[in-house]
Design a protein around this ligand. Structure first.
Ligand SMILES: [Zn+2]
Ligand SMILES: [Zn+2]
Length: 182
């Protein structure tokens, strides 16, 4: 699965954003945690560092979490709504080490609008390629983290964020060992 070069980092970022509020442990609870998230995912542009900004990003998080609960057609409508509300206007830009690519918001626009627009643009790639069902929830029984399976053969079942694939392997190994001991 090949997407435009901005798509994969935006999908990784939105998965991390959604997972910050999953598994009954909210990790996006103050402006410092938001700053860490932005640094980790290479967000540039305006940052207010205020509680109001945090609230708006948290509201966006609730909204984008919804994408894991709806189908492709509803997702298309929601992407359109987000782009409209964020005032998205596509333009070509070239900055830092990135050659010409599309931005749809200005770097001085509010953070939640920019994250929302970037998420919507990345989801456009999945929706129009009919790959929207790559959005899934972790298969571990004790985990409700989300993931977007970007593997070629759609083989990812577990989230990276809580290392559930490893935990499942260890549990299966222990099960085999205890069966062998019976
Ligand atoms: Zn850029
Ligand atoms: Zn998991």
């Amino acid at each position: 699965m090949r997407f435009t070069h901005d798509t994969e980092p935006a999908l990784v970022a939105v998965v991390a954003l959604v997972n910050s509020g999953r598994n009954a442990q909210d990790t996006l609870t103050d402006p410092a945690a938001l700053a860490d998230f932005l640094d980790e995912h290479g967000y540039t542009g305006r940052r207010d560092g205020t509680d109001a900004e945090l609230r708006s990003v948290r509201a966006l998080r609730d909204r984008v979490t919804h994408f894991w609960q709806i189908g492709r057609d509803d997702a298309a409508s929601e992407v359109n709504a987000i782009l409209r509300e964020c005032g998205a206007v596509p333009f070509l830009t070239r900055h830092d080490s990135s050659d010409w690519h599309i931005h749809v918001t200005d770097s001085a626009d509010p953070l939640a609008d920019r994250i929302g627009a970037e998420t919507a643009m990345a989801l456009i790639d999945l929706i129009r390629a009919d790959e929207f069902d790559r959005l899934t929830v972790c298969a571990a029984p004790d985990c409700d983290s989300v993931l977007i399976d970007m593997s070629r053969n759609r083989s990812r079942r577990f989230c990276a964020h809580r290392n559930c694939g490893n935990r499942a392997n260890v549990a299966a190994y222990r099960r085999r060992r205890s069966q062998a001991a019976d």
